[in-house]
Design a protein around this ligand. Structure first.
Ligand code: NAI
Ligand code: MG
Length: 498
């Protein structure tokens, strides 16, 4: 099927290459010589063979990152020069937008049009935005009144310094964009990095590694070790010479990262799972709200940590909303991401396909009413129908657990107290949506919801300037905005008696 479809020739040529990982300025095979395959989820066929890094490669990459952190070429680089490198990298991403978007489509399955319109420009924006911060990471001067030194005078100030060597482990749902979210703030602040892309989608990160060198970052500032989670991710999280670990992925592995980080007390930031509620009031603009709540969960095949996967609808409009959403779902064209007509691609892996279809069966057996969808599409590749489960309640797994697929659990609500209780009845707190024309109602709800993001009359709106991250078990720390810089900086207080 995919051979008939147009794919960017540069991307095809890149996929066909012998793939190596980046350590220092060198492209190397795994020390063990082992490889693993990355798969095209639209066909189930092997795309490319990738080095399977393990603890030996991680150790080498960490040593290289340490040397680069201490090398004056990077350590003493003027902030404006660092900013220019970041800006150049953003420009290079845009210059290679078709190629990078195609790599993510081939590896992850997402529609090319989506990768080209969202993932790639958002990744470039992140570097452009972070470029501006490089020259603005200032400390402050502080007036002292030391009680036991009443006559002394001081000049005190703070310095904001990079935390050091950073390990970054990213998932497969937005391969290029997650690399950008992680690398941008680390590089702005002057850290050095060992990045471990997800084994399902390593291609765009490897191409990004070439662009990083082309932009002019010194060798060793960014190292990219491909490999499996247990073989390459775990030794990175546990490494005694890594100062900080940043992780995006499952809550389960997030907890393992925290335990692994405990030995040398490396700093940890985590962006984990979600079960984000959408709250739809009867006074919403339905022409906006109905496609809005449907796309909140169908976007990116539902493989989004902040997907609006729980929907609460005011009972007076419940049936109309279900009908409208069902029309939206039936209009979604599921197919190969390289086909311009495709709205929704395949899930990214056999594992996700099994997991999501497993939840569809669980939903059935728990007594949820399937309004539309509920099954596989075709007989090859990992395609699943957009699925609406109605009349769900909080005893059901499909309401409590993250499905990470195009599956929404819908329930009616009567009053706002009940709604808030239900919306907050989750171990997660990543995102949420509120749909109403009543501003007071919207902002009261925004205050009541325990989540790191509240979208009002919109959903999945991202900007490099907006902090993003989780309450509760959805994570530690924030990505993007000024907040993310805190993850990569430490403060030094300098006090001089004058
Ligand atoms: P995962 O958490 O296992 O994988 C994410 C990253 O962690 C990958 O790079 C993987 O290689 C690495 N990893 C895995 N085990 C590790 C370990 N022991 N130590 C260090 N690194 C490790 O997620 P997976 O298995 O791909 O997906 C399972 C579920 O996780 C999904 O169904 C979804 O619910 C959730 N998930 C959430 C994401 C988010 O954006 N918050 C992204 C991906 C998955
Ligand atoms: Mg896993």
């Amino acid at each position: 099927m995919s051979t008939q479809l147009h794919a960017d020739p540069d991307a095809r040529a890149f996929v066909a290459r012998h793939h190596r990982m980046l350590i220092g300025g060198d492209w190397v095979d795994a020390a063990s010589g082992k490889t693993f395959d990355t798969i095209d989820p639209a066909t189930g066929e092997v795309l490319a063979s990738i080095p399977a890094g393990d603890s030996e490669d991680i150790d080498r990459a960490v040593k290289t990152a340490r040397a680069a952190f201490e090398n004056p070429v990077w350590a003493d680089m003027h902030p404006a020069t660092r900013g220019k490198l970041l800006h150049k990298l953003g420009d290079l991403i845009l210059e290679h937008a078709d190629e990078l978007a195609t790599l993510d489509t081939l590896d992850n399955g997402k529609p090319f049009a989506v990768a080209r319109a969202a993932d790639v420009p958002l990744a470039a924006d992140l570097f452009h935005y972070m470029a501006g911060w490089a020259t603005k990471l200032n400390g402050s001067t502080i007036s002292l009144s030391v009680p036991y030194m009443p006559d002394a005078q001081f000049h005190a100030y703070t310095l904001r310094e990079p935390i050091g060597v950073v390990g970054q482990i990213i998932p497969w749902n937005f391969p290029l964009l997650m690399a950008a979210w992680k690398l941008g703030p680390a590089l702005t602040t002057g850290c050095t990095v060992v990045l471990k892309p997800a084994e399902q989608t390593p291609l765009s990160a490897l191409r990004l590694g070439e662009l990083i060198l082309e932009a002019g970052f010194p060798e060793g500032v960014v190292n990219i070790v491909t490999g499996l989670g247990e073989e390459a991710g775990a030794p990175l999280a546990a490494h005694p010479d890594v100062d900080k670990i940043a992780f995006t992925g499952s809550t389960e592995v997030g907890k393992m990262i925290v335990r692994a980080a405990a030995d040398n007390l490396k700093k940890v930031s985590l962006e984990l799972g979600g079960k984000s509620p959408n709250l739809l009031f009867d006074d919403a603009d339905m022409s906006q709200a109905i496609p809005g709540v449907a796309n909140a969960v169908f976007f990116n095949q539902g493989q989004v940590c902040c997907a609006g996967s729980r929907l609460y609808v005011q009972n007076s409009v419940y049936d109309d909303v279900l009908q409208g959403m069902s029309d939206v779902a039936k209009g979604v064209k599921v197919g190969n991401g390289l086909d311009p007509a495709t709205d929704m691609g395949p899930l990214t892996s056999q594992e996700q396909f099994d997991r999501v279809t497993g939840y569809l069966n669980i939903g059935q057996s728990e007594g949820a009413r399937t309004i539309t969808g509920g099954g596989r599409v075709g007989d090859k590749g990992y395609f699943v129908e957009p699925t609406i489960l109605a009349d769900t309640d909080h005893s059901m797994k499909v309401v409590k657990e993250e499905i990470f697929g195009p599956v929404i659990a819908v329930a009616p609500f009567k009053d706002v107290d009940e709604l808030t209780r239900k919306a907050n009845d989750s171990i997660y707190g990543l995102a949420s949506g509120v749909w109403t024309k009543d501003l007071s109602k919207a902002h009261r709800a925004a205050k009541a919801i325990k989540a790191g993001t509240v979208w009002v009359n919109c959903f999945n709106v991202f900007d490099a300037a907006l902090p993003f991250g989780g309450y509760k078990q959805s994570g530690w720390g924030r990505e993007m905005g000024a907040e993310v810089l805190e993850n990569y900086l430490q403060t030094k207080a300098v006090t001089t008696q004058i």
